[in-house]
Design a protein around this ligand. Structure first.
Ligand code: WQD
Length: 342
């Protein structure tokens, strides 16, 4: 049986770590589709440097149905597909909503259509905890009612899940949506990690950029929230734990263990960590004092969100292995290597 798994967005942060995990710990053959609109093709070079393997990379736009179908036709023996490819900056999506709706939803529609047309049928969707919005009950489980998405980005994920739910009813596709909480950290080698094309927005890349002198200071967006130290709480999860969950989800579908045609799983550690606590953990592992100031709240931020990950642990026999200090250690190791690459 072919062991090909198509990975869209395979040059991206989570996509590249999932490809790496596939090569290092499974006999799957990853096939990367990524037009590098928001990622670097250098990710394939880094993977080759770590593993000695050159991953097949189709640099095509998934919104181009003709180009996409050609790739699916060439790889119709694939046994599954993991669909990471999407624009994902919360703030940017507020500024250019139509680009987000068009890119994220047209690409999903094409990928779903050809997944069914070429009989691949096992489909993993990269979704997000941002669907839950500002929740009143914590931790968040898959049964927690979805609030109004806080951004067009989050809405494209909500609509994406709805498109998939409708499509599995009229096709042979079996699908799982994985709702990530806050992916951070980097591969243990420190040779691959989050490589934002533009100025980093997310907390951890800003922390490591400030620590390495690439940015002058970190602004903590508010310390007057109703939390234990006044800063926001998030469920940070190591990107390698996320990658391993994707492989477990592919195996779950391949082994026919999914009872329905569609399921949703929260991908989090179940631990809530405040911004200040994360900064302290980083200072401890990097053995330095981080230059940060307390600033105004950021629009769109939820006060606290962290997961109840019971369902994913039971379904996939998967539990996260890494704690916040290892996340900080690997993020820091990667930033130092990235600076040397520049
Ligand atoms: C985390 C906390 C900020 C930067 C992310 C992704 C989103 C989704 C969920 C997958 C917040 C604070 C940040 C800074 C700060 N992931 N912060 N100063 O907003 O939780 O969303 O995870 O789908 O795609 O964007 O992550 O890292 O931006 O913020 O104080 O310079 O850090 O206020 O409390 P967020 P983030």
């Amino acid at each position: 049986m072919s062991k090909k798994v198509i990975v869209t967005g395979g040059c991206g942060y989570i996509g590249s770590h999932t490809i790496l995990e596939m090569i290092e710990n499974t006999d799957f053959e990853p096939i990367c589709i990524d037009n590098n609109i928001n990622s670097s093709p250098k990710a394939m070079d880094r993977i080759e440097k770590i593993t000695g393997k050159r991953v097949k990379h189709y640099a095509i736009d998934l919104c181009d149905a003709k180009a996409t179908e050609k790739v699916f036709k060439e790889n119709s023996d694939a046994v599954a597909i993991i669909h990471f490819a999407a624009l994902k900056a919360v703030g940017e999506s507020v500024e250019i909503p139509l680009e987000y709706y068009n890119n994220n939803l047209s690409s999903l529609s094409n990928v779903l259509r050809f997944t069914h047309q070429y009989g691949i049928d096992n489909f993993i969707f990269s979704s997000s905890c941002s669907l839950y919005g500002n929740v009143s009950e914590l931790p968040v489980s898959e049964e927690t009612p979805l609030n109004t998405p806080e951004s067009p980005y989050a809405n494209t994920k909500k609509i994406g899940e709805e498109i998939i739910q409708d499509y599995v009813k009229v096709s042979n596709v079996k699908a799982i949506s994985l709702r990530y909480f806050n992916p951070v950290g980097a591969h243990a080698s420190g040779l691959i990690g989050e490589d934002p094309i533009n100025k980093p927005n997310n907390l951890v890349p800003v922390v490591t950029a400030v620590a390495s002198g690439k940015m002058e200071k970190l602004t903590v967006f508010g310390d007057d929230y109703d939390t234990r130290d006044g800063s926001c709480i998030r469920d940070y999860i190591h990107v390698t734990d996320i990658a391993r969950a994707h492989i477990s989800a592919v195996n779950f579908l391949l082994e026919g263990k999914q009872e329905s045609n569609y399921d949703v799983l929260n991908l989090g550690t179940g631990n809530g960590v405040t911004v200040i606590e994360l900064i302290k953990a980083f200072e401890k592992v990097a053995q330095l004092k981080l230059n940060y100031v307390i600033g105004e709240r950021r629009g769109g931020d939820v006060v606290a969100v962290y997961s109840d990950n019971t369902k994913v642990s039971q379904y996939l026999q998967w539990t996260p292995e890494y704690g916040i200090e290892n996340m900080m250690e690997t993020a820091w190791k990667w930033q130092q290597n990235l600076n040397k690459e520049a």
